[in-house]
Design a binder for this molecule. Structure first.
Ligand code: COA
Length: 257
């Protein structure tokens, strides 16, 4: 179905794998476009409760935007390239269902930015993160200057972006850039086990929680949005079911209504 991605839906978890292992899963314009389409499926398909983005092979999640595609671009074309990636990454960040990066190796440049656009990250021991664009005479263009700074702080982010030095998996854990480190073999199992717990919860509350948390990075008043979304939960069947199940000492059955 896709030229550069393989996808699989099992147990309501949609796994999207970037499939260019010979190019270390570099993000050319086809990958970016197809990621947008696959994420649209996450939005539209009611059978999908959560998604994973990962890379094929054992070496790379994605080693960056495809440097071959940069040759001969004008200033305007450079901006258009950035806008295409940024738009798809916003779509990931603003999805109402959790989209998690399972980082199986190099996550560099656009690959690091893709992982950061996901709701959270789990990585293998071999993973390495970084924004090495400076070595190409460039800066991050898919939101890296903003998200890396937010996630690991201005000092660590600037050191990484200005030196191009990579961030190892243990350092990423220490910085809070990833939630868990696993072996390469266990990476997808671990990610799915975290997502299975999440998708057993109330879908409308999950969506509102993501929206409220995302407000931290926006211009709106996050407290006001949280108050509004909290109130809206009271109008859902799931909230009535969740509270009734607690009081009746039974497991809640959420229907996303
Ligand atoms: N864009 C396009 N092609 C890339 C790529 C990228 N970002 N990253 C890797 N590749 C390609 C290489 O050109 C090579 O292709 P080839 O076999 O046709 O020559 C293939 O993937 C394997 O990469 P290679 O560099 O040989 O692997 P390595 O193990 O020696 O080094 C890296 C791995 C990740 C350190 C190195 O590939 C690298 O520095 N990549 C670029 C990272 C980067 O600057 N990303 C930000 C881009 S904005």
């Amino acid at each position: 179905m896709y030229e550069t991605l393989s996808t699989e839906l099992t147990e309501n978890i949609y796994t999207i794998t970037i499939n260019r292992p010979d190019k270390l899963n570099a993000l050319n314009t086809t990958v970016i476009r197809e990621l947008g389409e696959a994420v649209q499926e996450v939005y539209d398909n009611e059978l999908i409760g959560a998604a994973i983005i990962t890379g094929s092979g054992t070496k790379a999640f994605a080693a960056g935007a495809d440097i071959r595609g940069f040759t001969g671009l004008s200033k305007e074309e450079g901006m258009a390239l950035a806008k295409q990636g940024l738009g798809v990454f916003f779509k990931i960040e603003n999805a109402s269902k959790p989209i998690v990066a399972a980082v199986n190796g190099f996550a560099l440049g656009g690959g690091c930015e893709l992982a950061m656009a996901c709701h959270f990250r789990i990585c293998s021991e071999t993973a390495q993160f970084g924004q090495p664009e400076i070595s190409l005479g460039l800066i991050p263009g898919y939101g890296g200057t903003q998200r890396l700074t937010r996630y690991i702080g201005r000092g660590h982010a600037l050191e990484a972006m200005l030196s191009g030095n990579l961030i190892s998996a243990p350092m990423a854990l220490q910085y809070g850039l990833v939630n868990h480190i696993t072996s390469q073999e266990e990476l997808l199992n671990k990610t799915k086990s975290v997502l299975r717990i999440i998708i057993s919860k109330a879908p409308l509350a999950i969506a509102r929680c993501i929206a409220a948390v995302n407000a931290v990075a926006g211009n709106m008043d996050g407290y006001a949005l949280e108050t509004k979304l909290f109130g809206e939960c009271f109008a859902t069947e799931d909230m009535k079911e969740g509270t009734a199940a607690f009081l009746e000492k039974r497991k809640a059955i959420f229907r996303g209504r």
